[in-house]
Design a protein around this ligand. Structure first.
Ligand SMILES: [Zn+2]
Length: 219
């Protein structure tokens, strides 16, 4: 049964949405998900989970950015504000995390203020909500404890070396933390790792010992 009950089934019937990977309208019965088709799911799974060590922390990636339909899905999440894309990808991210006995605090990467004003939402936070929805409130909690240090600008047009330098000290952790608790930084895409490094270092700086990261896709 689709999450959201009968109303969601009715809405899906009245307003069908295309697969966010390939753009085709698919029957929800074949993959159990109306916006992500079985064909795209097979390609995503074939790309596999990847784990990278960044600043002493393990960062898990649900799939690869090399898969075209995954790139389309991430684009959907960023620019078309489809919350359900966040639910689907949140499930992927949840599934790529190793099983954990204790509760995990999810820490979304904050968006630049200007971008947040333009877009109206932070995609990392939507992904964190998707993970929480997939794993349950007894296992996950979201805390927005990172803020951006001022005057860092956007990353997109910088070279790898420039990015690494520019992101140093880019985040500040704003809350007193519990060193015994597991924190997990949430972002959409892992490229050079400079954003993730800055976020991990900001948490280290305030005494967090157990840190990991999770992203939808790694480049
Ligand atoms: Zn598809």
């Amino acid at each position: 049964m689709v999450e959201g009950g009968i109303w969601r089934v009715v809405l899906d019937f009245l307003f069908p949405m295309p697969c966010m990977g390939c753009g085709l309208f698919v029957d929800s019965s074949d993959s159990g998900c109306v916006i992500w088709c079985t064909k795209c799911e097979i390609m995503r799974l074939n790309a596999g989970i990847c784990t990278r060590e960044i600043a002493g922390a393990q960062v898990f990636s649900a799939t690869s950015f090399e898969v075209a339909s995954v790139r389309s899905a991430i684009h959907t999440l960023k620019y078309k504000m489809i919350w359900r894309a966040g639910e689907v990808m949140g499930q992927w991210m949840h599934d790529c995390l190793p099983p954990q006995k204790e509760k995990i605090i999810l820490v979304p990467i904050p968006l630049l203020e200007k971008r947040l004003a333009l877009r109206g939402f932070n995609q990392s936070e939507i992904l964190a909500q998707g993970i929480l929805r997939a794993g349950g409130a007894e296992n996950f909690e979201i805390k927005n404890i990172l803020v951006r240090a001022r005057g860092r600008g956007q990353q997109a047009h910088r070279s790898r070396q420039e990015r690494l330098g520019a992101m140093q000290g880019a985040f500040i952790a704003t809350e007193k933390i519990d060193p015994a608790v597991q924190y997990c930084i949430v972002d959409d895409v892992l490229t050079t790792g400079s954003t993730m490094t800055a976020a991990i270092e900001a948490l280290h700086h305030v005494g967090v010992e157990k840190i990991c990261g999770v992203v939808v896709a790694a480049v």
